[in-house]
Ligand binder design. Structure first.
Ligand code: GTP
Ligand code: MG
Length: 461
């Protein structure tokens, strides 16, 4: 992606397709010139090019391909105090597709060019308006699929993690300063900072870095959908429950055990959370090649899940023992969360479940217990994964190696301190750590890193 900031770029900033409102965004040094070529201001907006402050104006667009003038609002940021850090404007007009296209086309004929993916946010980064963590958070906000992810993205965008790392950086710079000041007086045996003090300050830095690093190694990519697998013995009512939960007759259901062979997936919406629901073949010993294949697929889906709903039919008591054995097997395997669900409860409405603890009783036939089950799923999934990290998944993946190298340098600095090897060596390690921190914050970057981050954006952001 070119890093040229001089071009004036334009793009649709609102979602594509017909809508009530369409937003066309312009950014670049020549914004005012380009806008003036098609914006005819109302009487009280004629002075728009002279404004010193960001303001809203009204007027009409003159578009050669559209016979009548088009009413529009113009939001104009005349200085670098805009999102992109350069003069910027937005036309807010009716979201008709041909109208928006005509506006973009006319702007391009008058000195602008179409923006590339993420180019507005990249300009914000390159002009120093935001750092790389915040740029990634812009994408995180757009892609968030639930409240927890959105909150994390907004917190990162708001600069929480930036300020924690920024403070850490200042602490290390101060420590480096103390060490280097001491180096000038090494002959006189004057010590600006004691070894204990250095060790204490390094420990504090390492604590924060390790906290972030633990999180990065366990983080999932942004936009990752939690996977919920329905498992249980053949005929337990998994597919019927699957259909009931998604509100569609997608899975084949029958009284014959072994109906489901392939696994089936569907999107399950749980209020603000979107998850992938997966129906699998009943858990049984394979008697032929097809059953064997079905069991392999079933096992793969269970292994890749975030939560397993183990379904046991209330009227399948003769199989209870084998059911329990499988359940224990599951619990001791790589451990997704387990939720015991007793199905077909309409068949035995009076059975007591006192001993079954957290079991959920449902009837996919009449809908009993489905709402509490949905609620429990949402609680478990949002709770287990949502609060785990302060960092967005994309950031965590990018920063993992830099964080590790920062930690390594500070661990070396720490052992150098203890072994009394000399302040010069400690200073070298701290300088290396600071270099890595700059990469995390985006003060040091390569075109490849920028390409990788911004090519995931949509056009107009
Ligand atoms: N009365 C009643 N019958 C149910 C309920 N849920 C499922 N069934 C019946 O139980 C039988 C098995 O249902 P399925 O959903 O196909 O069971 P499954 O667990 O997917 O079975 P496999 O795919 O063979 O492993 C069917 O005859 C369903 O109509 C329920 O809540 N109430
Ligand atoms: Mg089935």
């Amino acid at each position: 992606m070119p890093l040229n900031l001089d071009d004036t770029i334009v793009a649709l900033a609102s979602p594509p397709g017909p809508a009530l409102r369409g937003i066309v965004r312009v950014s670049g040094a020549e914004t005012a010139l380009v806008v003036a070529r098609l914006f005819r201001p109302d009487e009280d907006s004629v002075n728009w090019p002279n404004t010193k402050m960001p303001r809203r104006f009204t007027g009409q667009l003159d578009l050669p391909s559209i016979i009548v003038p088009v009413p529009t609002a113009l939001m104009y940021w005349p200085t670098r105090r805009s999102y992109t850090g350069q003069p910027m404007a937005e036309f807010h007009l009716s979201g008709s597709v041909p109208l928006v296209e005509a506006t973009l086309e006319h702007l391009c004929e008058n000195g602008a060019r179409l923006a590339r993916r993420g180019e507005f946010t990249m300009r914000a980064f390159l002009s120093g308006r935001i750092d790389l963590l915040q740029a990634e958070a812009v994408l995180g906000v757009i892609e968030a699929t639930d409240h927890a992810e959105l909150q994390k993205a907004l917190s990162q965008l708001g600069g929480r993690i930036t300020s924690r790392l920024g403070k850490l950086r200042l602490d290390l710079i101060a420590l480096l300063g103390d060490l280097e000041a001491g180096l000038d007086f090494v002959e006189e045996d004057i010590e600006f900072v004691t070894k204990d003090e250095i060790a204490r300050r390094l420990d504090a830095a390492l604590e924060l870095l390790r906290e972030l690093s633990d999180v990065t190694s366990s983080r999932l990519p942004t936009g990752y959908r939690r996977r919920v697998v329905l498992a249980g013995l053949p005929n337990a009512g998994k597919s019927t429950l699957f259909n009931r939960l998604i509100g569609q007759q997608k899975a084949l259901v029958s009284p014959i055990a072994g109906t489901t062979r392939d696994y089936l997936t569907a999107t399950l919406r749980l209020d603000s959370l979107e998850v992938e629901l997966i129906d699998t073949a009943g858990w049984e010993d394979a008697a032929d090649v097809i059953m064997e294949r079905a069991q392999v697929l079933r096992a793969e889906q269970v292994a890749a899940s975030d939560l397993v709903m183990w379904c046991s039919a209330v009227d399948q008591s003769d199989q209870e023992k084998v059911d329990d054995a499988r359940l224990r097997q599951l619990a001791t395997a790589r451990c997704p969360t387990l939720l015991g669900v007793t199905t077909r409860c309409d068949l035995q409405p009076d059975v007591s479940f006192v001993d079954l603890g957290s079991n959920f009783r449902v009837s996919a036939a009449n809908g009993d217990g489905i709402e509490p089950l949905r609620h429990e799923l949402q609680q478990q999934l949002a709770g287990s994964l949502g609060a785990r990290s302060e960092l967005l998944g994309t950031t965590a993946v990018r920063c993992r190696d830099s964080l590790q190298r920062t930690i390594q340098s500070l661990v070396h600095a720490r052992s150098t301190t203890i072994e009394l090897c000399g302040d010069e060596l400690i200073a070298i390690e701290i300088r290396d750590a600071l270099q890595e921190l700059s990469t995390i914050l985006g003060e040091v970057y390569t075109d490849d890193i920028l390409d990788h981050i911004f090519s995931n954006f949509c056009i107009g952001k």
